[in-house]
Design a protein around this ligand. Structure first.
Ligand code: AMP
Length: 275
């Protein structure tokens, strides 16, 4: 595996790859969720590129940019063992110039849900993903449904900007007890971690309601609220939308996402389920 830390050495290594190239962009602190994307890429492409870059422009003032976990040597080892071809770990200076051109998230879908609670977050996400797709020029790029809105906006960006990459949506990987894997889970104390289980429990309850024939989304949202409210410190949103992120009043099978964002202590957690 080649570890490239600057654009020039990345381009040199990239030029030696033949056939289809799969790409998995990450912010590092790699876990089984990331690994499932990497494995999918390896199984579907001739070569796989992973990037680790904690992107400053997607963090808002006061968020966890400085304390975001950066276990660099563990990340390198994980990628090596997984048989990644190139690991790209650029510096901020390699990725950004001063007074540069900006990508803006769409005014509606970019400013609801995560975008309402973290205004400007998706400008930064789309900006860095655009850069990375242009650098890596992958055949396929792999994104987790864990970040549902991010995935949907990236699909839109690729379409709107005619980027020649196929976006592959990957299922959420969970701990055996249901907690969605996240690099931020390490912030949780043992007690907070137990309380965080209410999120996946509430999503499962929502699915059970749908399976029993309840399609009224307000009724489902009320039940979800009852499950998580006693356990979390803040509920940022409980939303039921279609796959274009439009709120719906009645469940549409194969076209629905239930999304939750909460805070437990100072840790922000998101999770969702696609029905
Ligand atoms: P991050 O490092 O948090 O920016 O995540 C990098 C990629 O991994 C994104 O496409 C995420 O959606 C995906 N990802 C993160 N956690 C999970 C998970 N538990 N299951 C599946 N994909 C995930």
């Amino acid at each position: 595996m080649i570890v490239a830390r600057d654009y020039k050495s990345f381009i040199e290594a990239r030029s030696k790859l033949n056939g289809s190239v799969g790409f998995v962009p990450t912010m590092g602190a790699l876990h089984e969720g990331h690994l499932s994307l990497i494995k999918k890429s390896i199984s579907q492409n001739s070569a796989t590129v992973v990037s680790v870059f904690v992107n400053p422009t997607q963090f808002l003032a006061g968020e966890d940019l400085n304390k975001y976990p950066r276990p660099e040597s563990a990340d390198i080892k994980i990628c090596e063992l997984a048989k990644v071809d190139i690991l790209y770990m650029p510096t901020i200076e390699q990725m950004y110039n001063s007074d540069e051109l900006k990508i803006s998230a769409p005014k509606i879908r970019g400013y609801i849900l995560e975008g309402a609670n973290r205004p400007g977050h998706f400008d930064g996400v789309l900006q860095v993903v655009m850069k990375l797709l242009n650098i890596v020029k992958p055949t396929n790029a792999y994104f987790g449904k864990k970040d549902a809105q991010q995935l949907i906006l990236i699909e839109q960006m690729v379409k709107d900007y005619f980027i020649d990459t196929n976006i592959v949506a990957c299922d959420i990987v969970r701990e055996p007890d249901g907690l969605a894997m996240s690099s931020r889970n390490i912030y949780l104390s043992p007690n907070q971690r137990i309380r965080a289980l209410s999120i996946s429990k509430a999503l499962k309850r929502g699915v059970k309601m749908v399976q029993s024939g309840i399609y009224d989304t307000n009724q489902i949202k009320d039940t979800i609220r009852d499950v998580i409210e006693p356990e979390v410190d803040t509920i940022e949103y409980i939303a039921i939308t279609d796959r274009r992120l439009k709120e719906i009043n009645s469940i549409k099978l194969d076209d629905t996402i239930i999304l939750i964002a909460v805070k437990i202590g100072s840790t922000r957690l998101i999770d969702n389920i696609w029905i």
